[in-house]
Design a protein around this ligand. Structure first.
Ligand SMILES: [Zn+2]
Length: 294
């Protein structure tokens, strides 16, 4: 972020703090506090790209989360979405499965007892092949191995499914391919880990990267929930199966701004899906939220 943008955000953040404190207190009193789910990719000090977070910033962010929110698992997040939530809650998730996370991020999460769901792309963690979005930028970052994942699962990190090959799910017309990416890849991951894989995260995670048939397959396969990634908050009363996530920016101020509920971010258009019934096919839409919070 440029220095002037940072200064503008700092001014906005501090100017709106009284309003946020009032808004959050009312939401908490009404059991409508937000449930926020962050997604990271890679923690390393090489400043490689916009989805790499430095070790120092990641550590500061984890300490800020512990001081200001309840750090919970996805299962606990779903319970709060179903039953009500009296304190801002946050879940830490990771996507793809980068080997560098073995060195700092995952040990820190285990040491600090911060629950985490770690979504991995099966083909890459199984065969050690770098991710296509990195290759396009000339980077050959090493993915985690299955042995890494077995180790971290044993340390309490929840491993989730992130397809077989990291495709754009919204563009897949072939039902068999969709089933392989969402269901079969998750089942194979489960077998490799000898542990249940309960959650699925859509690659890219914008509304255009999803489709109702994918929700239907994930639901029928028995996943407990699926994650999108377009920057929306979850509130009690929302659909607990569809967990909406926020990108964890490298900038701590931006994360603090998001997680103290930025009034501007309450109107992020949300993806809605409708599972098929005996009389109607599956549908989806993107809606502006009518009334969020209190
Ligand atoms: Zn991904």
């Amino acid at each position: 972020m440029s220095p002037w943008k940072h200064a503008a955000l700092a001014t906005y953040y501090h100017a709106t703090r009284p309003y946020r404190a009032w808004w959050n207190a009312r939401a908490a009193a009404a059991m409508r506090a937000p449930v926020m789910i962050l997604f990271y990719h890679r923690v390393a000090d090489d400043d490689a790209n916009s989805w790499t977070c430095s070790r120092r910033v990641f550590e500061r962010q984890m300490h800020w989360l512990k001081r200001n929110c309840d750090c919970v698992s996805l299962a606990e997040a779903q319970r709060r979405i179903r039953e009500g939530n009296a304190r801002p809650a946050v879940v830490v998730t990771f996507d793809d499965g980068y080997g560098e996370n073995n060195d700092f991020a995952l040990p820190l999460l285990v040491r600090e007892k911060i629950p985490c769901t770690y979504f991995v792309t099966l083909h890459h963690v199984r065969h050690g092949i770098p991710f296509p979005h990195d290759m396009r930028m000339g980077n050959t970052f090493r993915p985690n191995s299955l042995d890494d994942l077995r180790h971290w699962a044993g340390e309490g990190i929840d491993i989730g499914a992130h397809t077989r090959t990291h495709p754009d799910i919204g563009k897949i017309d072939d039902r068999a391919r969709l089933e392989d990416e969402i269901v079969t890849a998750g089942e194979e991951l489960q077998q490799f880990l000898s542990r249940p894989v309960r959650y699925f995260a859509f690659p890219f995670g914008l509304p255009a990267n999803m489709q109702p048939a994918a929700f239907e397959l994930a639901f029928e396969a028995g996943y407990d929930g699926v994650c999108s990634a377009y920057g929306a908050y979850n509130f009690p009363g929302d659909d607990p199966f569809h967990l909406q996530r926020i990108h964890a920016d490298e900038d701590l101020l931006r994360v603090r701004n998001w997680l103290s509920v930025d009034p501007r971010k309450l109107n992020v258009p949300r993806y809605r899906y409708q599972l098929p019934t005996s009389t109607a096919p599956a549908t989806s839409s993107v809606e502006q939220p009518r009334q969020i919070g209190v």
